[in-house]
Design a protein around this ligand. Sequence first.
Ligand SMILES: Cc1cc2nc3c(=O)[nH]c(=O)nc-3n(C[C@H](O)[C@H](O)[C@H](O)COP(=O)(O)OP(=O)(O)OC[C@H]3O[C@@H](n4cnc5c(N)ncnc54)[C@H](O)[C@@H]3O)c2cc1C
Length: 454
Amino acid sequence: MNQQRVRRIQKGETGPGPVVYWMSRDQRAEENWALLHAQQQALARQAPLTVVFTLAPEFLSAQPRHYRFLLAGLQETARQLAAKNIPLVVLSGDPPTTLAEYLGRLPCSLLVTDFDPLKPKQAWKRALLSAVTVPVDEVDAHNVVPCWVASTKQEFGAYTLRPKLRRLLADFTESYPELLRHPFGDTAGADGTAGIIAEATPEVPDYPGMNPGSTAAQRQLRCFLDEKLAAYDDSRNDPAQNGQSDLSPYLHFGQLSAQRVFLEIVQAGPLRQSQEAFLEELIVRRELADNFCHYNPDYDNSKGFPAWAQETLKKHRDDRRPLLYDAVELAEARTHDPAWNAAQWQMVETGKMHGYMRMYWAKKILEWTSDPDTALTVAIALNNRYSLDGRDPNGYAGVAWSIGGVHDRPWSERAIFGKIRYMNAAGLRRKFKNLDAYINRFNGNVNAASAPPS
Ligand SMILES: Cc1cc2nc3c(=O)[nH]c(=O)nc-3n(C[C@H](O)[C@H](O)[C@H](O)COP(=O)(O)OP(=O)(O)OC[C@H]3O[C@@H](n4cnc5c(N)ncnc54)[C@H](O)[C@@H]3O)c2cc1C
């Protein structure tokens, strides 16, 4: 494994106990560089290996259905780990507090954790580091090129990050070694894990067609590669077609490795336009979002917008808004615009909004709320609350792109938007002749989501 993927974030004193992997963003047993690093370290020390997951009671407005998806995935991960003689321990409560208590009882020789640029996760990590004295390694198991290696600063846009990633990809796409059956320690202490997970799992319905867990993720990937990838470039933008991969929930919860997806695509043969277009999203856009959140502490407020965008939005802040909706009207999809309402309903009912509609949806929130700060707050809140893949750097970057020109350039000036790229309903209709099929499918009927694609 390329050691640049690992960074020691605390030197610390080595204890006599196991190596502990604090699993957080990358919730899978297979193809997880953080877990593989932890195992390598445990083998070198002839020590047991334990995985700990800290279940926070609240995380950025996550809803019971999101917890259900997470916990069902974790149940499968626990089984896969047990088969390798690696216990999974689930701790409920404030993550740094419960983990520090746990490590107080079980002084580990090394703590390994995965990387997440979002502020709450960074704060957990800081609080933990101040409470424990063990050495701590952080491993970027989420990005194909580790975030801190890809770039050491906030990038202006895809055009500045893309060449850096291209240069580095070969260094970070080695095949994954197998997770070994761990020869030290035993899983007896983790007997209660399945029960703890089951007890914590909310009794709410799953989102239609979104089965949680690594096996379901692999199935979804296979189905996309076999049935949809060839037409991806033509179909992905049209909301009436089901042309996207639907992999984002699995990638978000780390039930699937982005590097695995990359390897499947490049190993299948020469890259054609659709493969290139998909890798641009999967690698460049996704890692650009992590870069934005990692290097810009204002990723969730308007101070994070580029200077030209802040200036133009300020100039147009007091422009008259002919239509205004409050957060409840927006959440309940009670606007005059059937396409926007359909997008909102799609997100509420299926846990996922079509990618093209996400841009339109956020831009209309800028147009229909009192000012850009309110727009940003409302868009982030709705996205985090209703999207299964929300609470993710991609969401923060997507909203900041739509409302605040992040990773974009100035366009011609107009009311409210200033120089922020504009989108309107007429343009949507011109681009997608079949828009009514999408609108009819997600028209506010709670059963609409289970209808077959038109
Ligand atoms: C306002 C707004 C909000 C968004 N919120 C989220 C969010 O909460 N979570 C989320 O994962 N994505 C978000 N995106 C980005 C993008 O729309 C989704 O990643 C994509 O639609 C997910 O569906 P998919 O997996 O079927 O995508 P596909 O088109 O099949 O793409 C494959 C993968 O590439 C990555 N990807 C695709 N488009 C983007 C993009 N524009 N930026 C970054 N990565 C991308 C994702 O990991 C995605 O799973 C948002 C975009 C906007 C404009």
